[in-house]
Design a protein around this ligand. Structure first.
Ligand SMILES: [Cu+2]
Length: 155
């Protein structure tokens, strides 16, 4: 039951983000909010290693990429607590964080994120679009608030 509820909420999220919009088509708005798209391993131009730790920090927390570049984030949790790296614009990250506070034991996996137990490693392959900044954060309740966040600068 919980799983079904989670799936329902996940499918509702995109429409929720547009509920307040009063201009532009759905597609234009989606593009403006887009933090990029899931990438294919054949397109990976570079691997960026990111470490997550119980100090509530990502290392590095500032990453520079080029427009259109596909990056493999090789993420390692060197702590004992569970951590996750979620890529997205701030609005979507906030919505996701709010959902996790309501359902702290929610298990989920999406292309823009990797959730890792202590000592585990995993990958995200992501293609960055237009120039600008894209955020990433650990959305486990309390972690983002404690400073577990970072920025990808695209130019
Ligand atoms: Cu964390």
């Amino acid at each position: 039951m919980k799983k079904i509820l989670t799936l329902l909420l996940l499918s509702l999220l995109p429409s929720l983000s547009f509920a307040g919009g009063d201009h532009g088509s759905h597609n234009e708005e989606e593009k403006a909010l887009s933090a990029g798209t899931p990438g294919y391993s054949a397109d990976v131009s570079r691997t960026v290693e990111v470490e997550m730790s119980d100090t509530m920090r990502f290392s590095p927390s500032q990453i520079k990429v080029e427009v259109g570049e596909t990056i493999r984030f090789s993420v390692k949790n060197t702590g004992k607590l569970q951590h996750e790296l979620v890529i997205g614009n701030t609005e979507k990250l906030k919505a996701h964080a709010q959902m996790m506070r309501k359902m702290p034991d929610m298990q989920h996996q999406e292309p823009n994120m990797v959730s890792l137990k202590g000592g585990q490693a995993g990958d995200i392959i992501w293609t960055f679009g237009q120039a600008g900044n894209v955020d990433f954060a650990c959305l486990i309740p309390g972690h983002w608030e404690a400073g577990m966040k970072g920025k990808v600068e695209i130019k």
